[in-house]
Design a protein around this ligand. Structure first.
Ligand code: ADP
Length: 505
C-alpha cells in the first residue's frame, strides 16, 4: 500500500471510490485504530449504517466468541505499525456469520509514520468449505487405508516402503516402525517366490506392464509362511517415471489350506476309486477262478470217496494211506475254494440274503449233527444248551448254518483231542444269541480284533496242522452283520475262546 499512497493525510476521493467498488469489504482507520470509513460492500453485507459503525461500532457484526482475539491482534498491529492477517466470522444482514479473510495494512508517509490503516475482508466461505471437504476426504482416505481389511503398501523404486497400513502389519507380524525402518519387500518374500517378484517389478519399471496379480508366499517376522494374493499397480509421474508402486495384499492362507485339503480329498477319492476298481476286478477273478476250481476238486473228492469205500476193489494198506493223504489235500483245496467263493459272494454289493422264518433250534441241531463225525474223530465232547425251547427267527438259513458250522469247526480245530465244546442258544424278547465255547488254545487279547479281517491267521500250535485260509471269520462276520447282528469273541490264551453271534428278533 505504501507505494501508491504517499504523504497524504486523507485518502483522495479517487482512492475511496476504488475501494468503494471492491468486491471485498474494505475500511479505513486512523493511526489509532479509529475506523471512520467503510466501503459500499461492507454496508451491503452487514446491513448497517455509517453511524452504527463509526469508531469501534464495527464490533457489533463480530462473533462475540472470536472478537477478543480479533481485538488483541488488531491492537498489536496498531502498536507495532505492522500489517496483519486473520480469518474471523462477520454477521451478514441475514444474521448468518460467514468467515472472512481480513488483511490490515498500515499506510505510511515518507517518514515511516502510519497515517491510515486500510483493511479488506474477503468472504472465504467457499474456500473454508472446500478446505473442510478436502480435509474430510483426506481423513476418510486415511481411515480406509488404516482400517482396510487388506494389506496396503506404497513401495518406492528401490523396493522400500513409503507407507504401510495396519492390516499388512498384522499379516506380516511386523510393526509399522519395523516395516518403514528399512525393510524391503525382499525381506518378507518367500525365497522361492522372490525371482518371479523381481521379474514382475522389472517389467513394471520398464513400463511393459502397469500392474499384476499373483499368489505368493510371505515370511512373517515369526518365520511362519503366509499366503497372500498380491495386486500390484504402478503410479507414474508426468514424465512416465515410476513414482511408487501400490501393493494390495489379501491374506489367503486359509483359502490355500482349504484348497490343499480339497486336493487331498480329491486324491484320496481317486485312490479309493482305483482301489475299488482293483478290488472289483479281484473279486471277479476270485469268483471265476473258484468256480473253475471247485468243480474238478469236488469230482476228485467223490472219486476218492468211491475208492476208499471199496468201489474200485480191495485196497492195500499203502493204497488206503495214499488215498487218505490225497483226501486231506483235496479237503484243504475245497476249503480254500469255498472260502474264496463265499468271500467273493459276500463282498458283491448286489448280494442279497434269502430270509425266511425258521426254527433256530432245529437249524442249530442240524448243524451240530453235521459236525458230529469230525468231533468224534477228535474225541471231543459237545454239549448243547437251550435247545429244548423252539426259537424262531427270520434269517437266511443256509448262511446262518454256514456261519455256525465255521465257528464249530474252528472250536474243534483249535482245541486238542478230548476237549469240551459248548453250544448255547439264548433268546430274549429282542434278540437271540448263539455261542460256541471251547477249551482250546485261545487268542491273545491284542490279536482278537484282527481275526475278523480277510486272510488273517494267528499263529498257534495248530496253525501248521489244521486246514485254514484266514477267511472264515471274515465272511462269518459279514453274514451276521447283513442280518443286522453282531459277533463278539471272548478268549483267554491256553484257556479257550467263546464266540457269540447276536441276531435281532
Ligand atoms: P482259519 O481258516 O485260519 O481258521 P478264520 O478266519 O476262521 O481262519 O480264523 C482266523 C484265525 O483266528 C485263525 O487262524 C485262528 O488263529 C484264530 N481262531 C479262530 N477261531 C479260533 C478258536 N476257536 N480258538 C483259537 N483260535 C481261533
Amino acid at each position: 500500500m505504501e507505494h501508491f499512497v504517499k504523504d497524504i493525510d486523507t485518502p483522495d476521493s479517487l482512492l475511496l471510490e476504488m475501494f468503494d467498488n471492491l468486491p471485498s469489504l474494505a475500511w479505513m482507520a486512523k493511526p489509532d485504530g479509529y475506523v471512520y470509513w467503510f466501503n459500499k460492500r461492507w454496508y451491503e453485507y452487514t446491513g448497517t449504517t455509517a453511524e452504527d459503525m463509526e469508531g469501534w461500532g464495527w464490533q457489533s457484526v463480530h462473533d462475540p466468541k472470536t472478537l477478543p482475539q480479533v481485538l488483541k491482534r488488531w491492537k498489536e498491529a496498531i502498536e507495532a505499525g505492522r500489517p496483519t492477517e486473520m480469518t474471523f466470522p462477520l454477521k451478514g444482514t441475514d444474521g448468518i456469520f460467514r468467515p472472512f479473510l481480513t488483511r490490515v495494512a498500515p499506510l505510511k508517509n515518507s517518514r515511516g509514520e502510519v497515517h491510515h490503516w486500510l483493511g479488506t475482508s474477503t468472504d472465504v466461505t467457499e474456500l473454508v468449505k472446500t478446505e473442510q471437504a478436502l480435509r474430510e476426504s483426506q481423513e476418510q482416505a486415511q481411515a480406509i487405508f488404516d482400517h482396510a481389511p487388506v494389506g496396503i503398501t506404497y513401495v518406492d523404486n528401490s523396493g522400500e516402503w513409503l507407507m504401510v497400513n495396519n492390516r499388512i502389519c498384522e499379516i506380516l507380524g511386523y510393526s509399522k516402525q519395523e516395516l518403514l525402518g528399512g525393510l524391503t519387500f525382499k525381506d518378507i518374500t518367500h525365497p522361492d517366490d522372490l525371482s518371479t517378484d523381481l521379474q514382475m517389478m522389472d517389467k513394471v519399471r520398464k513400463g511393459v506392464i502397469d500392474g499384476y496379480t499373483r499368489e505368493k508366499r510371505y515370511v512373517r517376522k515369526d518365520k511362519k509362511t503366509v499366503w497372500g494374493k498380491l495386486t500390484g499397480s504402478v503410479v507414474r509421474d508426468q514424465n512416465n517415471q515410476l513414482k511408487y508402486f501400490i501393493a494390495i495384499v489379501e491374506d489367503i492362507t486359509e483359502v490355500k489350506k482349504a484348497q490343499e485339503e480339497q486336493h487331498k480329498l480329491q486324491r484320496i477319492a481317486q485312490e479309493r476309486n482305483e482301489l475299488l476298481k482293483i478290488n472289483k476286478a479281484k473279486d471277479e477273478f476270485i469268483g471265476i477262478a473258484s468256480h473253475q476250481l471247485r468243480t474238478p476238486a469236488t469230482a476228485v473228492k467223490q472219486y476218492i470217496g468211491l475208492l476208499l469205500n471199496g468201489f474200485g476193489g480191495e485196497l492195500t494198506e499203502e493204497q488206503r494211506r495214499y488215498l487218505l493223504i490225497a483226501d486231506e489235500s483235496n479237503k484243504r483245496q475245497l476249503k480254500l475254494v469255498n472260502d474264496l467263493l463265499k468271500t467273493a459272494q459276500i463282498d458283491d454289493s448286489s448280494y442279497k440274503l434269502q430270509r425266511r422264518v425258521v426254527s433256530l433250534t432245529e437249524l442249530l441241531k442240524e448243524t451240530i449233527q453235521a459236525e458230529e463225525f469230525v468231533l468224534k474223530m477228535r474225541e471231543q465232547v459237545l454239549t448243547a444248551k437251550g435247545l429244548d425251547k423252539d426259537i424262531t427267527a427270520k434269517v437266511d438259513p443256509i448262511e446262518i448254518k454256514l456261519a455256525i458250522s465255521n465257528l464249530l469247526e474252528n472250536a474243534s480245530k483249535y482245541s486238542g483231542p478230548g476237549k469240551a465244546i459248548t453250544v448255547s442258544l439264548v433268546a430274549s424278547s429282542k434278540s437271540v444269541s448263539i455261542s460256541i465255547e471251547d477249551e482250546g488254545v485261545g487268542i491273545a487279547k491284542v490279536k482278537q480284533k484282527e481275526i475278523f479281517d480277510k486272510f488273517t491267521r494267528i499263529d498257534n500250535e495248530f496253525s501248521d496242522t489244521v486246514t485254514g485260509t484266514g477267511l472264515g471269520l471274515y465272511w462269518v462276520k459279514q453274514i451276521v452283520e447283513l442280518h443286522g447282528g453282531t459277533i463278539k469273541v471272548k478268549s483267554v490264551l491256553k484257556k479257550g475262546s467263546k464266540f457269540t453271534i447276536k441276531l435281532p428278533l
